[in-house]
Design a protein around this ligand. Sequence first.
Ligand SMILES: C=C1C[C@]23C[C@@]1(O)CC[C@H]2[C@@]12CC[C@H](O)[C@@](C)(C(=O)O1)[C@H]2[C@@H]3C(=O)O
Ligand code: AKG
Ligand code: FE2
Length: 329
Amino acid sequence: MVVLSNPGIEQLSSLRNCKPTTLFSGIPIIDPSKSDSKHLLVKACEDFGFFKVVNHGIPMESISRLESEALSFFSLPLSEKQKAGPPNPFGYGNKIIGPNGDVGWVEYLLFTINQESISQRFISEDFRSALNDYISGVKKMACEILEMMADGLRIQPRNVFSKLLMDEQSDSVFRLNHYPPCTGPGIHTLNSNNMIGFGEHTDPQIISVLRSNNTSGLQISLGDSKWISVPPDQNSFFINVGDSLQVMTNGRFKSVRHRVLANSMKSRVSMIYFGGPPLREKIAPLAPLMKGEEESLYKEFTWFEYKTSAYNSRLADNRLLLFQKIAAS
Ligand SMILES: C=C1C[C@]23C[C@@]1(O)CC[C@H]2[C@@]12CC[C@H](O)[C@@](C)(C(=O)O1)[C@H]2[C@@H]3C(=O)O
Ligand SMILES: O=C(O)CCC(=O)C(=O)O
Ligand SMILES: [Fe+2]
């Protein structure tokens, strides 16, 4: 990857602060075809806000096609890729994440999804077709997972979450990330610690569906400032609970704090579908989940208000704090 003059090396060197960790074998695994999966899934969302889905039914051909289109794009000369940028927030971005000064050892393409498909013209017809085919598969899977969650929580109708993604005004986003091996000038010679590819954060939406190639790097935190390295699995999907789902379950499900470390040997390619509600949607705890006199932990807000506030925040900020009735200690 070509190193841009902005951000500078001082900024990027602040990313080398990660201690090596071992891969964790306790990530919950959900097989949707198994009868107990809805209960396991609820437990995973309560304990981790994160789990892996196997036996998902999305054809490998659809996944590989998108991965190879993405790799072809990221292999283009920087000047070609930059024709699809800068991200505003959609388009091609290189090292700069979001509008508020965050940087990472990553380049990416960010797309908005309008009614099932991507219409942005900054990529080729073949690339767009691979994206649209893949997105329709992961969206269907995300909705099935959300319906299993409703079943596991014993709430009705079972499309109470999934209808938000199915709404034609759903504000969903798709992202392709490419983390080149981190051998930039001055980086590995200064210090052998890992570099941050994508800094720690929670995803603001309802649910994120992540697939990566077999390169490690993704880590999750269980709120104890320790990081757990997620063993990569190119045949499975990883699900993140987003901030909006945490609010809709009044804190019962936890939005998972995660980050990506760049790998010094291999490049990582990830594809993430972020399922979000329509902008006008009120994000609030669902009544059937409230027990007795239980009160909402959050002030009332719409997805538009939350998203606006998120885009004014730094990646690592706890974006829900502003919307909590009682600030956490
Ligand atoms: C620093 C930022 C990038 C981000 C918008 C934000 O201001 C804070 C949230 C970030 C995040 C994290 C999850 C997704 O990757 C993302 C697309 C999103 O919806 O929220 C990114 C935003 C971004 O890269 O534009
Ligand atoms: O690239 C990854 O594996 C995760 C990136 C991520 O968390 C994000 O784009 O929000
Ligand atoms: Fe994320």
